[in-house]
Unconditional design. Sequence first.
Length: 332
Amino acid sequence: MLTNSTILITGGTGSFGNTFVPMTLKKYNPKKVIIFSRDEMKQWEMAKKFQGDKRVRFFIGDVRDKDRLYRALDGVDYVVHAAATKIVPTAEYNPFECVKTNITGAMNLIDACIDKGIKRVVALSTDKASSPINLYGATKLTSDKLFVAGNAYSGEHGTRFSVVRYGNVMGSRGSVIPFFLSIRDKGSLPITDPRMTRFMISLEQGVELVWHAFDDMVGGEIYVKKIPSMKVTDLARVIAPECKQEVVGIRPGEKLHEQMIGAEDAYYTYEYDEHYKILPAINDWYNCKERIKNGKKVTEGFTYASDNNSEWMTDSDLSTWIVANQEKIGTI
């Protein structure tokens, strides 16, 4: 599907974009991949990685600016929406800015994609959008709802919108693995709560989920990858077994466990071999056989959270991953 196509990725200089672009170039050989973002320095740094590759283009712009989106979307076939204000404390202290990017930006992109005849759009979501307790999660839940409803707005234009949702990305900038690695020489690691668990997904798995969504989507689906969990205390022990673990308390807006599917979504959720799919509650789309395909409906009250997960990452699995990825941990 993506072969010989033109793809635009908003917020494309982030961790996801830095993995999505080279993987997609290698697997699908698209005609063009456009990086749309507002940070010129990050674009300059990223451009050096693709110097001489005429398939990769860079476009300065902000999803808050609808006119700029219209210009950037000329001739584009597919869009990945990765742009967002994502840091929980930043969103709490700058709520107006968070809403402008995560909600108004989503509305702008939906309108522009419909008007420009984009074929398919996949928006990235987060575990924090499921039963949100912070502003970032609340804005991403709103964004998810907007992209789902966008399928009704598109009408005869035919643009399809879907969402992928995943949790803690292993080794990405600002995440716990590079943080623990950077301070282990101090002899102590801060643990917010010894009961805390997190989902563990690699950026490569996130990219593959987006590919699957593009291929599978009818419109309005929220895709949730099946991934292992790990206790934060075990993660700290594997990274720095010599360090003392110091309990410092949960930060504002932080959950003990990540949740990607809440009990309220169970009625609309189907299970597949490698993922779950939350179907749209609107317009009876959750009864659509084309969307359900070979899925099996989950049980009433089902939740998918990092503490009730059936799959857990072992110490050996984490150690192997760290060794294999040590050069890029914390750099993307």
